[in-house]
Write a new protein. Structure first.
Length: 116
């Protein structure tokens, strides 16, 4: 039983966390985006090594393109792959300690035209 619990823990620690939603706001100074669309919002930290990718871009959607933070726009539908350590952050115990923001490993959006 202990082996199964350990294997389940290891599998969960290496699971991929994907979140899809619409960009509601962008904070250029803090390099964060706030996404939502399922009745809740989440603020996500974008780091210099975060990969930003436009999917199905170019003529007839034949290729993908690498992007930068300025390519993100309010209203875009994005899929965010989150970095994680496999452990839940410790709860805040005082006013000075806070829970860190989720951090994006990759942000991807579709370049195709919208429905309207």
């Amino acid at each position: 039983m202990k082996k199964w619990c350990f294997l389940l823990f290891v599998a969960m620690a290496h699971a991929d966390w994907d979140i899809t939603g619409q960009i509601l706001s962008i904070d250029d100074a803090q390099k964060t985006i706030t996404i939502g669309g399922w009745g809740a919002t989440m603020t996500i930290q974008v780091l210099p090594h975060t990969r930003l990718k436009g999917d199905d871009c170019g003529w007839f959607g034949l290729w993908d393109t690498n992007g930068t933070f300025v390519d993100l726009e309010v209203g875009q539908i994005v899929e965010v792959d989150l970095l994680h350590s496999g452990f839940a952050p410790a709860p805040a115990t005082s006013q000075t300690q806070s829970i860190p923001l989720p951090t994006a490993r990759k942000i991807e959006w579709k370049c195709r035209k919208r429905a309207y």
